[in-house]
Design a protein around this ligand. Sequence first.
Ligand SMILES: C[S@@+](CC[C@H](N)C(=O)[O-])C[C@H]1O[C@@H](n2cnc3c(N)ncnc32)[C@H](O)[C@@H]1O
Length: 265
Amino acid sequence: MSGSDDEKLRLLKGLNERWWDEDGNLVTLHSSCKLIAPYIRDEIIHAGIARADAASGLTPLDDVTALEVGCGGGILTERLAKMGCTVTGIDVIGELIAVAKRRASSDPLLKTKVSYKKESIEHHAANNAEKYDVVVSHFCLEQAEDQQTFIESCGKCLKPGGAIFITTVSKTILSWLGIVLLYEKLFKCIPVGMHDWNRCLTADKCHQILQRHNLKTIATRGFYYNYFSKRSFWIRCASLFYITYAKKKAIEENVKEITKDCLKK
Ligand SMILES: C[S@@+](CC[C@H](N)C(=O)[O-])C[C@H]1O[C@@H](n2cnc3c(N)ncnc32)[C@H](O)[C@@H]1O
């Protein structure tokens, strides 16, 4: 986020005490985490990133190193750790990192599996190139000042062959009506101003940027939130919320593609 985003910073800082209230202002965040965490786990296993002998156990992602970008108070970071990942959570807001750290310090499992840092992804990428098997960004892309640099920085932190998962709001008329108007302004189940619709990307645009940074899209799934059941659920289109899963091309894959292009010419 840029320095000009003072209002957004104030909004997020103000939520620190209520970050873990599952029925509070962040109900959609909690419910979407419950939906996407098993999806992320299954794709990591399917991609062969997790150890084969761990895949059927209680902590199937043992030994997988993950980075959560924009971890806030740690909702998704904790879920990843409980599935076995060794997770680094970073966020630009110190008050939220403090909430996440407080929780981790009182849980023996989290204490060993999780580390948190107040840092932007743009800064983190400069010193942590090709460090992680998995990078996850859950409702953070739409807050970034520059989406290109944000995605590029996430990609930099990923090992070749690693997986990136980005959850965000699509930039469509439907998302403005169904998320900004209905859920932020009318039902108020999302804090007003939480999603800056002008900074959102459609799934296609997101794929283009990923591609530009050597990240090949494998799948995109749409989802939405049911206000009455307080649950998130998968939908067929990616016009509201969506999660995109991409893989960083390994060097051999790039060489293969270049050779194929040369042979065509
Ligand atoms: C909606 S919260 C997401 C919470 C979290 N992912 C979860 O699942 O609980 C978005 C977070 O992204 C953080 N953020 C925004 N831009 C960032 C950046 N460039 N680098 C790191 N964190 C950033 C914000 O401070 C905010 O806490």
